[in-house]
Design a protein. Structure first.
Length: 146
C-alpha cells in the first residue's frame, strides 16, 4: 500500500514517474468555449490547431513562429461513452448475463504535464462515474472538476 503524507512523499513519487508525463483533464476549456457559442468540434479544433506565421524583416530574412490558443501540450482523449440506446439484450452478444447498450465515444481535452508539476496526489488519479439519468459512462479527475 502506498502512503503519501505531505509534499516530501509526493515529490518522491513524482520523481519516480519521470521522464514520463501525466494526463490532466482540461474539460473546462471545452466547456468555456461552448458557453461562448462554439459547438463541440469547433471548440476542440480551436484548441488543437497550430497557426504558423512568417515575417520577413528588412534584410529579407524570414522568421517563422507557431502559436496555439493556449499554452501546454493539449490533446484530445476519450473520456467515456454516451449510451444511445436502452439496456437490453442484443443478438449474438457474448455475455447473456450482462445487459447490452449501444454507445458512442465521448471526447474532451487533456493536457500532458511533467509529474513534478503536480501539487496533490489527487491530480494524478482518475475515477469512473456512471450517470444513469444521462446514460453517461465517464472517467474524470474529481479534484479538477470540484
Amino acid at each position: 500500500m502506498l502512503k503519501i503524507d505531505g509534499d516530501i512523499e509526493l515529490g518522491k513519487l513524482t520523481r519516480k514517474l519521470m521522464p514520463g508525463y501525466v494526463l490532466l483533464e482540461r474539460r473546462e476549456l471545452m466547456a468555456q468555449a461552448m458557453q461562448d457559442g462554439q459547438d463541440a468540434i469547433d471548440a476542440m479544433l480551436d484548441y488543437l490547431t497550430v497557426h504558423h506565421r512568417s515575417q520577413i524583416d528588412t534584410n529579407g530574412h524570414v522568421t517563422w513562429s507557431a502559436e496555439r490558443k493556449t499554452k501546454g501540450w493539449i490533446v484530445p482523449f476519450a473520456c467515456g461513452f454516451h449510451g444511445i440506446g436502452e439496456l437490453g439484450l442484443a443478438e449474438q452478444q457474448r455475455d447473456l448475463n450482462t445487459p447490452h447498450r449501444f454507445a458512442e465515444s465521448l471526447v474532451t481535452l487533456g493536457e500532458f504535464v511533467m509529474p513534478y508539476r503536480l501539487k496533490r496526489l489527487d491530480d494524478l488519479l482518475w475515477r469512473s462515474r456512471y450517470d444513469a439519468q444521462n446514460k453517461l459512462y465517464l472517467i474524470e479527475q474529481h479534484s479538477r472538476n470540484a
